[in-house]
Design a binder for this molecule. Structure first.
Ligand code: ATP
Length: 319
């Protein structure tokens, strides 16, 4: 392998730039030529591809977002569209690609590998919803952002006898909600794993108000579970708290990556380049029990989401 490409795809996450830098620098220092493919698979199809140098990836290790841009291209599922993309790569002599993104992006990477372009996936998403890896690149930074926001909400909820209902991202994975809820001392956490029993949550809030005499309550809830504005109204109507919903939204995707994410991205980028140099593709990089390892994408995509029961139990014992 002499020439490799790199792209970022799907939702962006803090640390993607550190991964781009690592793949580029490790690649160049190993004698490869490295090409940036802009705007994910869209740029691959359109031929928006440019060489990367040590300098072009300078000053980005600490920056959020992705300097390569990201995009969604649903048509990439179509083999004819992928053939166009492969044509663009072959024209430039690019034989292998590192794909940074979520599981949708991994599917694209697997399809390309099956068509002769070795691809390695790196888990770039704040959602931590890629089961095979303990942590995805961006999760820890997003967690810090969420914790900072909830700490601030707590101050003001306390002054006004409010119940803050905070909706956090996670794309059906409850990790951001669970981790932040524990770290912030939330009263109630709702994720797809806990399920949402509205009456039960209202009961618990009434207890917190009447029996525990709490001045405020924080409910952390994963996105895509319920309409939090509607639920806040029900809290105001049915409990002694005044309910206020806050949807943290895209603020969770931004910001300078924390050191953990920068380190993780660098280690994973290094591993990806090493595999491509050995002629290996169709794998994705994970951190498992503190070790950077690779597993087949096919296997990664079929792994069921791990239960977070132990952390949930811990949370219940802290309330
Ligand atoms: P996130 O969930 O963090 O946003 P993601 O990678 O899962 O990231 P998707 O929008 O699902 O985001 O996928 C990104 C891109 O990957 C799609 O826009 C599409 O170009 C490509 N892709 C997704 N699924 C497939 C598939 N089955 N085959 C080929 N390409 C795919």
């Amino acid at each position: 392998v002499r020439r490799i490409g790199i792209l970022t795809s799907g939702g962006d996450s803090p640390g993607m730039n550190a991964a781009i830098r690592a793949v580029t620098r490790v690649g160049l220092n190993s004698g490869l030529e490295v090409f940036g493919i802009y705007n994910g698979y869209k740029g691959m199809v359109e031929g928006y591809i440019e060489p990367l140098t040590r300098e072009t990836v300078g000053e980005i290790v600490n920056r959020g977002g992705t300097v390569l841009g990201s995009a969604r291209l649903p048509e990439f599922k179509d083999i004819e569209v992928r053939k166009k993309a492969i044509h663009q790569l072959k024209k430039r002599g690019i034989e292998a690609v590192v794909v940074i993104g979520g599981d949708g992006s991994y599917r694209g990477a697997l399809s390309l590998t099956e068509m002769g372009i070795n691809c390695i996936g790196l888990p770039g998403t704040i959602d931590n919803d890629i089961t095979c890896t303990d942590y995805t690149i961006g999760f820890q930074t997003a967690l810090e952002t969420v914790v900072e926001a909830i700490d601030k909400l707590r101050d003001t909820s306390n002054s006004h006898h409010r119940c803050s209902i905070v909706e956090v991202m996670g794309n059906r994975c409850g990790d951001l909600a669970l981790w932040s809820g524990i770290a912030c001392g939330a009263e109630i956490i709702v994720t797809s794993e806990t399920g949402f029993d509205e009456e039960d949550v209202l009961d618990r809030l009434r207890d917190l108000d009447l029996i525990r005499k709490k001045k405020h309550a924080i409910v952390v809830i994963s996105e895509k579970i319920t309409d939090v504005d509607q639920f806040a109204k029900k809290v105001s109507l049915n409990t002694g708290f005044s309910g206020r919903a806050t949807v943290l939204g895209h603020i969770q995707r931004g910001g300078s990556p924390c050191p953990f994410d920068r380190l993780l991205a660098s280690q994973m980028g290094e591993k990806a380049v090493d595999l491509l140099m050995q002629g290996i593709g169709g794998q994705c990089i994970c951190i498992r029990n503190n070790e950077i390892v690779a597993i087949p994408i096919e296997k990664a995509l079929s792994m069921p989401q791990e239960s977070r029961k132990p952390l949930m139990n811990l949370f219940e014992r802290l309330v």
